[in-house]
Design a protein. Structure first.
Length: 260
């Protein structure tokens, strides 16, 4: 009986509803699973990955009978669609407690290659990584504020501070996102908290497919001797929702000390 009591998991997000934009991606998938395991009803937000999002939603575990997961279109660059989604969530769930801004985009362009960073890519990065999180906050703020304990988690990157990343504009977009986190934290308090979770290089399937020597070099540059995993990022999101409940405007690094 003692072992059973020790292993019993009490869900910390029972009765809560969470929306994860970009929910079908590598990080988004881990975050959706973590939220579901803590008892939240999870809305897997997607733009183009509808089949993948629906499959993920169907495979999310429910630790409580009250959980109802779904996959819903959440194109962060379409404010009209986001307003419609807010009405759908209000009708279906009656509330929204947690918004995870995980949708993002980038492409590798060497920093000295200014011509390679064309205007179309710049616009895409800024629209998705900066305007998108603002648009979601704007669209869902009334639902998030409804119970006075709403939470927005922006998935950022240590590139915001280090200026080392896939391209110059990606780094700038994450710096803008962290700045926005602080502005929104002040503007939406006290009913809504806003924080950033800021990973270092995450060991996704894409990163694992890259040159093995380069990957080993990145591990060697990390004081904790490994790269971040999607689960590490997901657990930081859970911590922001369940433990750091008096934190807002904060930037939580999940990087194994890469910036040291």
């Amino acid at each position: 009986m003692k072992d059973l009591a020790h292993n019993y998991h009490t869900p910390k997000l029972a009765q809560q509803v969470a929306l994860v934009t970009g929910g079908a991606g590598g990080l988004g998938t881990a975050i959706c699973h973590a939220l579901a395991n803590e008892g939240a009803s999870v809305i897997v937000g997607f733009n183009k990955s509808s089949e993948k999002a629906r499959a993920l939603s169907a495979n999310l575990e429910s630790v409580l009978e009250t959980q109802h997961h779904a996959a819903l279109a959440a194109p962060v660059t379409d404010s009209t669609a986001l307003a419609t989604l807010a009405e759908t969530i209000k009708s279906r769930y009656g509330r929204l407690d947690i918004l995870i801004n995980c949708a993002g985009t980038t492409r590798f362009v060497a920093h000295p290659d200014l011509d390679g960073l064309d205007d179309a890519l710049i616009n895409d990065i800024l629209a998705t990584n900066v305007r998108g999180p603002f648009a979601t906050a704007r669209a869902f703020r009334l639902l998030l504020a409804q119970h006075g304990t709403g939470l927005i988690v922006n998935i950022s990157s240590i590139a915001a501070a280090s200026a080392v990343g896939s391209n110059v504009m990606y780094c700038a977009s994450k710096a803008a996102l962290d700045n926005m986190t602080k502005s929104l934290a002040r503007a939406l308090a006290p009913a809504i908290r806003v924080v950033s979770v800021s990973p270092g290089l995450v060991d996704t399937e894409f990163v694992k497919s890259l040159d093995i020597d380069w990957r080993h070099e990145q591990v060697a540059r990390t004081p904790l001797s490994r790269l971040a995993t999607p689960a590490d990022v997901a657990q930081a999101v859970i911590a922001a929702a369940t433990h750091f409940t008096f934190s807002t405007g904060a930037i939580f690094s999940v990087d194994g000390g890469r910036q040291l």
